[in-house]
Every structure is written in C-alpha cells, then in structure tokens.
Design a protein around this ligand. Structure first.
Ligand SMILES: *Cc1c(COP(=O)(O)O)cnc(C)c1O
Length: 644
C-alpha cells in the first residue's frame, strides 16, 4: 500500500511556480540561468546572478512578431560569455588556493559548435583571456585561422593531418597566429619534419599521449591502449628522438590528452591527470622546453542536476574540476623541480551547452478517447462486462475495478484477434476501458490525503499517458537523444503555475518511429513520461529543450528533409531589455531539396506541366491549378516545419 498521491481536489494546495521548478528539476540544472517567474513562465538570466532577466515566453512572442516561427533556437550570447567567465574564475580561484604560480589558457573545440556567430562571439568574448580555438579538420582549421586573430591565443591542431594541413599550420605562425600541431599518430612526426625542412620553419609541436587510465561511461574507449588517437609510451619516446634528430625538439611545447566527453566521475580524471603529469615531467627531463599541459575536453554538464556519476550528470562542479587539475598537476611537477606548465583545456560541452534554448510548439495530443455511447442491443459479453465495471466504480473498489478493466480490455483484444469481435465492437471496448481509467483516476485524485492506495494503481497515470505531437525533428534538433540516448532537460516554458495533469511523451514530425522524445531527466534516473498540461483549444503549448548548445546542431541531419530551424542571437541591452544581434533563418524547403541535388525550379515546372495536362483532360479546374501552384511556390520559400 502507498498513500494517495494528492489530497481532495477541493483542498489541494494551489500549484506554484516552485512546484514546477521541482517537478522539472529546474531548481537543480537551471542554476544560475533558468528559473520560473511568478507568471509561471521560464525566466532567463543570461548573465547569471549579475543582473538582467528575460521572460522567455514574452521573448518568443516578440520574436514571432518578427516572423520568426517555431521551432526556434534562441542563443543567449551573454550565457556563452558567462560560461567563459566562470571557467576562468574557477581556475583563478584554484591557482590561489593551491599556490600555483602558473596560468590557464583554454581553447574552444570548434567541432562542438562551428556556427559562425558562435565562434565569432567566443573569440570576441575570450579576447581578454587570450582564449583560443581547437581544430580537428582542415575546414575547422580554416575557421580557426581566419577568426582567431589574437597572436597570444592558442590554435590547437588536432585530428588527422596531411602535409598540406601541417604546412598551413607552419605558415600560419608567420601570419602571427600561434598554432600548435599535435602529433596524434606515430607517422605524423615524419610529415612534420618533412614540412619543416621544406619551409625552413617549424610549428609549435604537441604530443597527444594515449593514457592507460581507464575511463568509464560512453566515451570510455577513447582512452587506453586501443584508443583511436594518441601515442603509446614507446611511440612518445621514438617521437621525441625523431624530433631531437631533426633539430625540432626545441619546438615541442605541449602535452595533450583527451579521455572522452562528459566525464561523469571525477576520479577518472584524477587518474588521467596523474599519469599525464608524470609524462609531462619526463618530457621536460628529456630536454623538451614544453610549457603547456592540455587536459583536453571532458568537463561535464549536470543535465539532470543530480550531481551523481551517472551519464547525464557529474559528481563534481566546475570548481572541483579546476581544483583537481591544478592540484594534481602541481603535485606531479613541484616535487621533481619541473616548472609548472600553463594549463590548457579544450572544454566544449561545458562552454556551449547552456547558451541555446530550443522552443517548439505542440501541434496536438493523441491519447485516449473516453467518450462512451449509450448501450446498444445485444452487445457482446466483453463489452457488457466493461460497462458493468465502469458503472460500479466506487471509492472502496478502485483497485478491483482497475484489475477488471485491464482484464476485460485484454479479453477484447484476444477476441478481436480470433475474429469474435468486430472493429466497431473493439473500438467500443477500448473507449470503455479508457472511461474506466479516467473514472478511477478522478476518484483517486479526490481521496483525502493519506488514504492508503494499492500500489498497482500507481500504474494508472501511465495507462492514461498521451502522445504530444511536436513541431520538431529530433534528428535535426536533438540528434543525440536518438543516437546515444542523451538526456536533455525538456519542459513546458509556460503554464508553470498550473498543475500538470497529464503524463506524456513527444512524437516528432518525421515518419520514423524513432522520432520521439520519450526519455526525460529524473534525478540520476530516467523517466519515460513527462508531466504535461492538458492542451487548450486555440492556445499554444510551448516546450523548451535546454542545454543543447553543444554538438546538436552539426550532428543534426536532414532526415525526412526537415532542415535547420530559425535561430536568433539575443543579448541583454545595456539600458534594460534585449537586442536581437543576428537572425539566422532556417532552411527553406527549396534549400533542403537543393541539398539533395533537386532543382526546385525544375520540380515546379514539371508540376506545372502535369497540371496543364490535367486541365486539358478536364480533371482540374484552372482556378484549382493556380491554387496548387501557389501552394507549391509558397512551400519552397518557407521553412520545413509546420505553421502551428
Ligand atoms: C571532442 C573533443 C573535445 C571536446 O570535448 P568536450 O567534452 O565537449 O569538452 C576536446 N578535445 C578533443 C581532442 C576532442 O576530440
């Protein structure tokens, strides 16, 4: 037995914004940027606790007024800057606490979000710390070279590198950039030597070490002997000797490691840091000038606010992370007289996750139809049984009625399969079943608080769960939910001062049964249904997907030809309010068709000819042909989503 979940409806305390914050975990993962205001709207404080707030719902309404339809990606550039500030402040505090006489000089891994306005904003905001960029491919190198114009900022070159990539990096040094070519594969050293001879100049050189420390979680295989990137210890030694022989040891400046993204358990990082710290000391003893220790990415995000070592969380804070990096590196270096390195991290997720919020609308809800027609003559026994069950529901037999309803519904299904029940009779049986569920649920909600209730009845809300149809493609906007079961906080952005009376999950616009959001954060666990509100006819219902600023945009694909959504960059204005810095229109249907090599003009022309033929046959009126062509032309110019 458990106790009744809620008190008598008449006596239920009113639902408050704080109840919503607790229900959706906002009070845990939202800090310090997202909360609920008194109107029951999500409130965004893009500069954290340093002042300035925007009502997300008002913002979306005003953006809609500018013809920016949903789904809409809102990028809060102040949050991006605030994340940078917090990262640097955390390292500064750790330096003081551990008496570390050194510096932190981070880089942003461009692969995390390559959008021009995002990279430009980061370079701009990061200038005061000489914050740099990390590139993992030639195209990313081009972005980094052209946008990063600060001669002191690092440009870390990772990934597979051919001769041209390496020569580009060497020549970029002459442009006044500070590229560090990180040797990730044993054979790259020979290409670096060859390119340096060819050009008579060398790049700054780094080595990526393959650590033996085991990681856990999804990216656990990024470390250890089988890792895709990095040099084994024997290879590190061979590489050092090759550089020495080529006269390039003086350019070896950096040791790098990366143990995978979203490190959930800080213990994993500590092991890696110790190992890397020792390797760093050895490289100094071997005669390399060094100077930089690059601890890679992996700084995690607490998506569910549970502060646990589970996949959607971390058991450490940003400050814990900085403290551990600083303290461990100091412990490895100081006792052996190794000068303390400048610390570099390639934190992508931790910088870029918070700043973008995806708001989408719900187009409708599927679910149960519990309207029951009056009894007809000679209804089958199964249907009569369900009618009796419904009629007999009372406060003292809720569990029995629930068990009966389930049994009779199952009977109806079996009878239908065997041909004893017609389709209309089966439909009637299902309606009666839903009517029983709703009647039981209503009575349950009205029991006085504390009334003992059978545990089986806890399953009832799930039976009544609804599918909410979302104007969205998860493959485009939240691909990691599908590809790697990533959890993001998802919640309504308004009506948060109303009790959510339904449980539901989301189905997206694609014709793919995987196109759904049906896994939600639940304090270290996962729930398959989310608390949602009843839809009101003619009223929009807006949902926010939060913390998706890293990786989602570029991993998103054109499944079913749903393209990018509209996006805007918002900044708090100095005199209060906000300014819209950039508007990035979502892909139109014409653009996604062109991406697949279709020519929209040609498609239109073929359809025009087909309609001419239909007019000729007398199958289509000229006015209807004009209407058809107008719809087609308009669709080509519009985004790929529905006008809610
Ligand atoms: C992906 C990647 C990163 C970024 O990792 P985050 O977990 O997003 O911080 C950093 N460095 C390298 C080499 C990477 O491959």
């Amino acid at each position: 037995m458990v106790t009744a979940p809620s008190a008598n409806a008449g006596q239920q305390p009113p639902w408050t914004p704080a109840d919503s914050a607790a229900t959706y975990g906002l009070d845990r993962w939202g800090e310090p940027y997202f909360s609920v205001n008194a109107r029951g709207h999500v409130l965004v404080q893009p500069r954290g606790d340093r002042g300035g707030a925007l009502d997300l719902v008002e913002l979306v309404q005003e953006l809609q007024g500018r013809d920016l339809s949903l789904p809409l990606l809102i990028r809060f550039d102040d949050i991006l800057e605030d994340r940078l500030e917090r990262l640097h402040a955390a390292f500064d505090r750790a330096f003081v606490q551990y008496g570390y006489a050194g510096r932190y000089q981070g880089v942003f891994p461009v692969k995390c979000n390559q959008q021009r306005h995002v990279v430009e904003q980061l370079v701009d905001s990061g200038r005061r710390w000489h914050f740099g960029l990390e590139a993992g491919s030639k195209a990313e190198l081009l972005i980094a070279l052209s946008l990063l114009d600060d001669p002191e900022a690092l440009l870390i070159c990772n990934g597979y590198k051919d001769q041209r990539y390496i020569e580009t990096a060497i020549l970029a040094r002459r442009l006044g950039r500070r590229p560090v070519v990180v040797i990730e594969q044993a054979d790259e050293v020979q290409r670096i030597i060859a390119a340096s001879r060819e050009l008579g100049a060398a790049p700054f050189i780094g080595i990526r070490a393959k650590l033996s420390a085991r990681s856990s979680g999804r990216w656990g295989s990024s470390v250890g002997e089988r890792a895709k990137f990095g040099l084994s210890i024997p290879d590190v030694l061979t590489t050092v000797e090759a550089l020495r022989d080529a006269g390039l040891l003086a350019d070896l400046r950096l040791l790098h490691f990366h143990i995978g993204s979203q490190i959930s358990d800080i213990a994993v990082l500590k092991d890696a840091l110790q190992e890397a710290g020792q390797i760093y000391g050895e490289l100094v003893r071997l005669g390399a000038p060094m100077g930089y220790l690059d601890v890679g990415g992996g700084l995690g995000i607490d998506y569910d606010g549970s502060r646990t070592a589970t996949a959607a969380s971390t058991n450490y804070s940003l400050q814990n992370y900085a403290n551990d990096v600083v303290a461990t590196v100091r412990e490895c270096c100081e006792p052996h007289g190794v000068p303390l390195p400048t610390l570099v991290s390639e934190s992508g997720r931790a910088i870029a996750s918070h700043f973008s919020v995806l708001v989408f609308d719900v187009l409708g809800a599927g679910g149960v139809s519990a309207e029951v027609p009056p009894p007809g003559d000679d209804e089958p026994l199964i249907v009569r049984n369900l009618r009796d069950t419904l009629a007999g529901i009372g406060d003292d037999n809720l569990q029995e009625a629930w068990n009966d309803a389930i049994k009779f519904k199952d009977d109806a299904l079996s009878a239908f399969r065997l041909g004893y029940l017609s389709l209309p009779q089966r439909a009637l049986a299902e309606r009666l079943y839903w009517a029983c569920c709703e009647a039981i649920a209503t009575r349950l909600a009205q029991l006085p608080a504390g009334t003992p209730v059978a545990a089986e009845l806890a399953e009832l809300p799930r039976a009544l769960a609804a599918t909410y149809y979302a104007n969205l493609s998860v493959f485009r906007s939240a691909p990691d939910t599908w590809a790697i079961d990533q959890l993001f906080p998802v919640m309504p952005v308004h009506r948060l001062n109303e009790r959510p009376r339904r449980l539901g999950s989301f189905a997206d616009l694609t014709c793919d049964s995987d196109g759904k959001l049906a896994r939600f954060i639940d304090r270290g666990q996962v729930k398959t249904l989310l608390e949602l509100h009843e839809l009101r006819p003619g009223e929009p219902y807006w949902i926010g997907l939060f913390l998706g600023g890293a990786y989602q945009e570029v991993m998103g694909n054109l499944h079913n030809l749903f393209g990018s959504t509209n996006a805007v960059h918002i900044r708090l204005a100095s005199g209060g309010g906000y300014q819209v810095d950039h508007v990035v229109r979502g892909d139109t249907n014409a653009e996604v068709l062109q991406a697949m090599e279709h020519d929209p003009a040609q498609l239109l022309e073929r359809l025009r000819m087909a309609s001419e033929a239909a007019i000729g046959r007398g199958d289509l009126a000229i006015s209807d042909a004009r209407r058809l062509m107008a719809h087609l032309r308009a669709s080509l110019e519009q985004t790929t989503y529905l006008k809610g």
